[in-house]
Write a protein that binds this ligand. Structure first.
Ligand code: FES
Length: 234
């Protein structure tokens, strides 16, 4: 059956309009170019500009790095980057450890050498929980970079297993939770090595860099005094 003549005319016109629209799509000129009034994108910044700029930045960075390296060489210093293998002398033995420049001595001791006596109680050395000895002097292992300890002799609380100080802590019941105890044991040993005949007052002053949240100070001081009395120092 044939459609009415009027309907056939409408279909024919609609088809022509659709074909015309399809033929002119997409617009030949990008919208961005129309807005800028030229052939470049609206932002005025082409991919070529970007690549040219990136190359300049890379070149400037390389020149800066070369200049920095030359300045460091002239100053006799070296900046470490990335993971490096270093040797740490801990408790009388050399250990090879892999560290990054940001790795602290405490992290190297605990995670690579499995020496977990020193404790990560604070981030600023205020608790004394990470006290170890470096060439016989007390330091906070969380405040020292592992790379700074190359060539030093590090001593942790684990090396004091047979020492009179931890025994005195046990005898005097000088711990509650025990979290601060390793730091205190090392601090007491370091102080009494320096002052074997220290008085109680001097011991109190000498240990003021270590904190005990449980408040066991009286027994800790008592333990240190017992070590002095027993003459088991140095
Ligand atoms: S015994 Fe608990 S913090 Fe000292």
């Amino acid at each position: 059956m044939q459609p009415p003549a009027a309907l056939a005319i409408i279909w024919a016109r609609a088809g022509a309009l659709w074909l015309g629209a399809a033929a002119s799509w997409p617009p030949l000129t990008p919208i961005s170019a129309e807005r800028s009034g030229g052939s470049r994108p609206f932002s005025g910044f082409s991919r070529r500009d970007f690549l040219r700029g990136s190359g300049a930045v890379a070149a400037a960075t390389a020149i800066h790095q070369q200049a920095t390296a030359a300045a460091q060489e002239a100053a006799g210093t070296k900046v470490a980057a990335g993971k490096q293998t270093i040797t740490l002398n801990v408790n009388g033995k050399d250990h090879s450890v892999q560290v990054e420049p940001r790795t602290t001595l405490l992290e190297a001791l605990r995670t690579q050498l499995d020496l977990t006596g020193a404790k990560p109680i604070c981030n600023d050395g205020s608790s004394g929980g990470a006290t170890v000895l470096e060439d016989g002097k007390p330091i906070q292992a969380n405040m020292r970079l592992a790379m700074q300890c190359v060539g030093k002799k590090i001593q942790t609380v684990e090396s004091l297993a047979g020492d009179a100080v931890p025994q005195a802590f046990v005898d005097c019941d000088a711990q509650q939770c025990g979290f601060c105890t390793p730091g205190f044991v090392v601090a007491v040993r370091a102080f009494l090595n320096m002052k074997p005949k220290a008085t109680e007052e001097e011991i109190r002053a000498g240990l003021n860099g270590n904190l005990c949240r449980c408040g066991t100070y009286a027994n800790i001081i008592h333990a240190a005094v017992q070590v002095v009395k027993g003459g088991a120092n140095g």
